[in-house]
Design a protein around this ligand. Structure first.
Ligand SMILES: C[S@@+](CC[C@H](N)C(=O)[O-])C[C@H]1O[C@@H](n2cnc3c(N)ncnc32)[C@H](O)[C@@H]1O
Length: 232
């Protein structure tokens, strides 16, 4: 069987790949042909290079595989990405927003950001690394020009929803979108995951968000959910 690639039926700049063995995967068009970020497979189809997107390594891909209805991140968008780590998911976001888009990558672990800068941002002109703590958005306000279309948050920390809302107050456009990857154990190990999701959702509602959907990420990620919401 030959490899084939087709656009995702709902989401621009996201692709569906059928591999040689018939397995289905997500992919994004590689903004830096010839380079991969985390060992992901590069494939060529009809003269274009794509990066196969590993749903076991990326919660955004996992959420799409779990039938997320809304992926607000689109070509030409400016995205504030909190918890960029070494760039696994952020690099796919960079592919999606494309050359005219921008991804501000906030990460406070110096080792992770070193990898992000040397292996990813150095080759991707639309990614801007910010070595800062997402709990203190005013510290990096000077680096973010204008308002952003979307905020993606995956910091695996207590009070994730509060941290996200504090960033939204400073940086998110009116009617902008957020995606929050909630790791329940980071918030309270004594609570059932669904309790934690409810609690984080409540924080978002109280801070001016309309919840669009919540998708559980099993089997790709245990005790994780993706919350998508809009800012009013
Ligand atoms: C689960 S990992 C992120 C994985 C990444 N989003 C991906 O899919 O490729 C969480 C990251 O958030 C970072 N982080 C946690 N708390 C943070 C904070 N307050 N400010 C900035 N980064 C933070 C951690 O250092 C870690 O790299």
């Amino acid at each position: 069987m030959h490899i084939s690639v087709k656009p995702h039926p709902q989401f621009p700049a996201i692709y569906q790949v059928t591999l040689e063995d018939g397995a289905q995967r997500l992919a994004t068009r590689n903004l830096t042909p010839g380079r991969n970020v985390y060992g992901e497979r590069l494939i060529r189809f009809e003269g274009v290079e794509y990066r196969v997107w590993d749903a076991f390594r990326s919660k955004l891909a996992a959420a799409i595989n779990k039938n997320l209805k809304t992926v607000p991140i689109k070509p030409n968008h400016t995205v504030l990405y909190l918890g960029a780590a070494s760039g696994t998911t952020a690099s796919h976001v960079s592919d999606i927003v494309g050359e005219k888009g921008r991804v501000y990558c906030v990460e406070f672990a110096s080792r992770a950001i070193r990898e992000l800068v040397n292996n990813v941002c150095a080759y991707r002109v639309n990614m801007l690394p910010i070595l800062e703590d997402a709990r203190f958005p005013e510290k990096y306000a000077v680096f973010v020009s204008g308002k952003v279309d979307d905020i993606y948050c995956d910091i695996a920390q207590p009070e994730q929803a509060k941290v996200l809302a504090d960033n939204a107050d400073l940086f998110l456009k009116k009617h902008g979108w957020i995606m929050l990857a909630v790791k329940s154990q980071s918030i309270d190990v004594t609570k059932e995951p669904s309790e934690v999701y409810k609690q984080e959702t409540k924080v978002l509602k109280n801070r001016g968000f309309d919840i669009e959907e919540i998708v559980h990420l099993e089997p790709y990620d245990k005790a994780h959910a993706m919350i998508v919401a809009r800012f009013y």
